[in-house]
Design a protein around this ligand. Structure first.
Ligand SMILES: [Zn+2]
Length: 263
């Protein structure tokens, strides 16, 4: 019995490491998408190069996370500093992928939520960098979420999740247009919300919306305290939606049953 438990644990540790490496490699590809897509560049050509000196990067420059540490955060060819964001995205994608494996094991849910996490990381980072939500990514992703639902949460749950976010965000956009001439929530946030709803389904959508609202309010209050913004500035909202969605994938089920126990 004890031996069996040990084997199971080694198995989990081994595959967590495998999925971390896989996720970090995925993250390295997401970096390319995040960096090139807003500039209208191809994500496959030209091959990876230093954004400063343009030198083509070789395999040993491209090992996720390790290359950054080994090169002490500088380009091997021109010595220019490399942004910490790149290894961070690799680490975040790696950790998320490993945690998803620990939660779901080898299942369709694992594949679904790895794809979902990648989409969220890309649209959150592009929103942070540019202030735009890429409908070219988000709208096809709605259909990916709906397609997965047939084999996971069920189509009804997914479509209600999408409708929940859609109706709620249309209301928020209409109300914020009444109060502010500019800024506030945009149409890009609406499509991102519908996409999240389609992946999560209704129950987790409600949890994720509440979590996003809490994260967004906390950071919003901090920004207003320290930067004295007037509330008109367009605040990128997708990063909070993404954070709320990911946290609800891991904890949403527990939070729902905890809430239901209260009654
Ligand atoms: Zn360089």
């Amino acid at each position: 019995m004890r031996n069996l438990i040990l084997i199971v644990d080694y198995y989990r540790i081994f595959f967590s490491a495998v999925f971390f490496a896989l996720g970090a490699t995925l993250g390295s590809f997401l970096n390319v998408v995040i960096y090139r897509l807003p500039k209208g560049e191809s994500i496959v050509y030209p091959p990876s190069h230093c954004p400063h000196c343009g030198h083509k990067l070789v395999a040993s420059d491209l090992i996720p996370i390790f290359s950054y540490i080994y090169l002490k955060g500088r380009c091997r060819y021109c010595n220019e500093k490399i942004s910490i964001i790149y290894p961070l995205i690799e680490a975040i994608t790696g950790i998320t992928t490993a945690l998803l494996f620990l939660k779901f094991g080898f299942s369709l849910d694992l594949l679904k939520y790895i794809i979902f996490a990648c989409i969220l990381i890309v649209i959150a980072m592009i929103d942070l960098n540019t202030g735009y939500v890429y409908d070219a990514i988000v709208i096809p992703s709605i259909f990916v979420g709906l397609a997965f639902s047939f084999f996971t949460i069920g189509f009804r749950e997914a479509i209600f999740g999408a409708i929940f976010y859609g109706v709620l965000f249309v209301l928020i956009i209409l109300i914020s247009k009444l109060f502010y001439k500019e800024g506030g929530m945009g149409e890009g946030d609406l499509t991102a919300g519908i996409m999240i709803g389609a992946f999560l389904g209704l129950k987790l959508s409600i949890v994720s919306f509440i979590l996003s609202f809490i994260f967004g309010s906390l950071v919003g209050i901090l920004i207003m305290l320290f930067e004295k913004k007037d509330g008109k500035t367009q605040i990128p909202f997708v990063p909070y939606l993404a954070l709320g969605a990911i946290v609800s994938v891991f904890l949403g089920g527990k939070l729902v049953s905890f809430y239901l126990q209260l009654f």
